[in-house]
Design a protein around this ligand. Structure first.
Ligand SMILES: Cc1cc2nc3c(=O)[nH]c(=O)nc-3n(C[C@H](O)[C@H](O)[C@H](O)COP(=O)(O)OP(=O)(O)OC[C@H]3O[C@@H](n4cnc5c(N)ncnc54)[C@H](O)[C@@H]3O)c2cc1C
Length: 518
């Protein structure tokens, strides 16, 4: 056997999986067709729950360049309508700006530190599996060869060879009517509104930063990202398709059609590489299943959505969901059915994103009827509960997994909240406890009974006894930071303790008598 796990594709999601497996003590082989880390400019940042995930893996500072903690954004667009998130006391929408090539390099470095073995310039061309292993055909710089692994993770993008080799369908819709143009630009200083940081467009008005505009003729976004030239993007329907290189003049013409006004965009300042691109169409597609025996799909290989900002929020959380489950299976302590929960749970999350993407497309389309629908939506956005619901959908924090127990606590199944925790030595951040990606029991009951109930899992479950001002008295977290079990009982009953043990068996396997912490 050449590897426990072979990962196909060193995009951000395959690399995140390599990091997760590394934290679990595994050394996956990563096959990447490109000769080095991908330079293609795609995402400009992370949106939603994934920002908390990178914080909880100790990656926030490397990505953000500041120690954090991340702060939620006070406003974010939903179908080019502002969500007033500052009105929420539990605002879940975080953003973290980073160009994708930089993210890829950071994750590749981290994965290498954790033991991942990279084979750059090696493309997977075929696979076969039996009850014990996956055999992979690879073409590398020195020619074709074959390798074997216990499991294979296909993180090889929207055109996934893995998915095709497994005969897994990719149903959904592709749109070929829309054209996206985007570029790093400069704009005259007197066109930047000093009060809002928005773009002053005479004949149209002030375009707030990052708040997409929808007109009868298309979409327009002005994104002044920190430390880089601003990005301007337009979307239009039914544009002539051409192979000619994209130009700033083409972008300026597009802006004029969309806004009905001129923006004198110029070349960006500073060293490149700079964006200047157009792209036709987009897709909302989801693989029929994310597991085929010993093969798993994650990231764009499993789902693509035309809505901006969701690719990495989904894909990197796929990685966090899959990593610890594969590690448990390889160690031999995975409970029955654990690996199957990857498909169930991540399909659930992906379905939410498909709904989000399709709702956005409908609300951004041209037409008087859509304008009326938007007016109604605008009224609904005055309601704080509506804003909270859309914020959860945008951030992906409304995803609730079935943890198997009847009548679950309100926190069970969701990603863990950032409780204020305090131990004898002072305050503790949850993000500092989850970097190892191990199961974690927070005993907040004040008398240690929950911690004592976990003694038989000492080899697998970390325990912290702490206090909190919240009413929660106990939380059992999976390595992906989802709440497997919770209680608010001030004095945990025998029934509570039985529920805790059941959850531990369900997710981390039967205990070993006399287990000791590693
Ligand atoms: C213009 C644009 C803007 C975007 N903006 C955002 C954004 O702001 N936020 C966001 O979250 N998402 C955004 N996305 C989506 C995001 O970029 C993708 O979701 C993300 O790249 C998916 O990562 P991945 O690792 O799953 O796949 P990919 O990034 O596609 O990586 C797959 C890797 O697999 C390799 N590979 C493929 N086949 C093989 C093979 N047979 N053998 C070996 N290697 C192989 C490829 O070379 C590639 O490196 C944007 C996408 C685009 C195009």
């Amino acid at each position: 056997m050449d590897a426990d796990v072979v990962i196909i594709g060193a995009g951000p999601n395959g690399l995140m999986l390599a990091c997760e497996l590394g934290l679990a003590g595994l050394a996956p082989v990563v096959l990447e067709a490109l000769p080095g880390p991908a330079e293609e400019p795609k995402a400009n940042g992370l949106l939603g729950q994934v920002v908390k995930l990178v914080e909880r893996r100790g990656l926030y500072e490397r990505i953000a360049g500041d120690p954090g903690p991340p702060r939620p954004t006070p406003s974010f667009p939903f179908a080019a309508m502002p969500l007033d998130l500052h009105r929420l006391d539990d605002n879940p929408v975080h953003t973290l700006a980073i160009p994708q090539p930089q993210l890829v390099r950071i994750l590749a470095d981290r994965a290498a530190e954790l033991g991942a073995r990279f084979r750059w310039g090696h493309a997977m061309t075929g696979l076969a599996q039996d009850a014990d292993a996956v055999t992979v055909d690879v073409t590398g710089p020195d020619g074709p060869y074959r390798m074997a692994a216990r499991y294979l993770a296909g993180a090889d993008g929207g055109h996934s060879v893995t998915r095709k080799q497994c005969g897994i369908g990719f149903p959904g819709v592709s749109y070929d009517r829309s054209m996206l143009r985007w570029a790093h630009v400069s704009v005259p200083a007197d066109r930047v509104d000093a009060a809002t940081g928005g773009l002053d467009v005479p004949g149209y008005g002030i375009v707030p930063p990052f708040l997409a505009q929808r007109t009868e003729h298309g979409g327009f976004t002005y994104a002044p990202l920190p430390g880089r030239p601003p990005i301007i993007a337009t979307t239009e329907l039914d544009q002539p398709v051409t192979d000619a290189p994209m130009t700033l003049a083409e972008l300026r013409d597009s802006i004029r059609r969309v806004l009905g006004a001129d923006v004198p965009v110029g070349p960006p300042d500073g060293d490149g590489p700079h964006l200047l691109r157009r792209r036709v169409g987009g897709s909302n597609r989801r693989a029929e299943r994310f597991r085929d025996g010993r093969v798993f799909l994650l990231g764009d290989a499993a789902h693509v959505d035309a809505a901006g900002g969701q690719g990495l929020n989904q894909g990197m959380q796929d990685a966090a969901n899959l990593g610890w489950k594969l590690a448990a299976a390889l160690r031999g302590d995975a409970p029955d059915g654990l690996l199957d929960t990857y498909d169930t749970e991540r399909q659930l999350a992906a379905r939410r994103v498909t709904m989000y993407a399709q709702a956005l497309a409908a609300l951004l389309a041209p037409g008087d009827d859509v304008t009326a629908l938007r007016a109604l939506f605008g009224e609904l956005l005055g309601d704080r509960d509506t804003v909270r619901r859309l914020a959860g959908l945008t951030a992906g924090t409304d995803v609730r997994y079935d943890m198997g127990a009847p009548g679950p606590h309100p926190l069970t199944g969701y990603s863990a909240p950032d409780l204020d925790l305090r131990t004898g030595t002072g305050p503790v951040r949850l993000a500092d406890l989850t970097r190892t990606a191990r199961p974690l029991l927070l005993d907040l009951s004040g008398h240690g009974t929950l911690a004592a109930a976990m003694a038989d899992w000492a080899d697998r479950v970390d325990v912290l006894t702490a206090t909190t001002t919240s009413d929660v008295t106990g939380l059992l977290l999976r390595p992906d930071c989802y709440v497997a079990w919770a209680t608010s009982a001030p004095e945990p009953s025998e029934q509570d303790l039985a529920g805790l043990r059941d959850a531990a068996v369900r997710w981390f396997g039967v205990p070993v008598a006399g287990a000791v912490a590693p």
